[in-house]
Design a protein around this ligand. Sequence first.
Ligand code: IMP
Length: 177
Amino acid sequence: MMYFVTGNKGKFAEAQAIFGDLVQKNIGYIEIQADSLEEVASYGMKEVTARLDGPVMIEDAGLFIDALKGFPGVYSAYVFDTIGNQGILRLMEGVSNRGASFRSVVGYAEPEMEPRLFRGELKGRINFEPRGQGGFGYDPIFDVDGKTVAEMSIPEKNKISHRAGSMHALKEWLDSR
Ligand code: IMP
């Protein structure tokens, strides 16, 4: 059993397909304003390990657009809540370099253990219009080989995604001990 501290149902569903025995804890933690997902996750780990007794995981993710020099990056949640996918598409109007990546950083710790971080990345392209009903967040505008992530099932997304990458890295580390 492991706790996953998140309020995001989509993230939890993806994580559960990877770990199985997972308990969602929607207790929140402060996401500091920092330059990297690693710093946000490290700081978050301090808070959740102080409040939960047991193996605990958190995950911080972001969308990094090449032509926008990595924006929205660590501001992805705020940007999604304010301008959303339509706002991103507007910023990308007339931009031919559509390259982007999703990045994920997982933080994990057990009681009396120094937290560890695990990373994952998915490279793709910003689509010209939103497509698909699955997933969440920026999935409808993120295209991988002609298909948006929102057009993928959870098992399909979990074969390639940034989150699957960071979570499988954690899983491998857990299994290797
Ligand atoms: P956070 O990791 O919850 O801070 O997520 C940052 C922002 O990126 C939120 O607006 C999420 O909806 C979005 N996001 C995180 N992971 C994904 C994903 O797998 N697909 C699409 N959007 C995501």
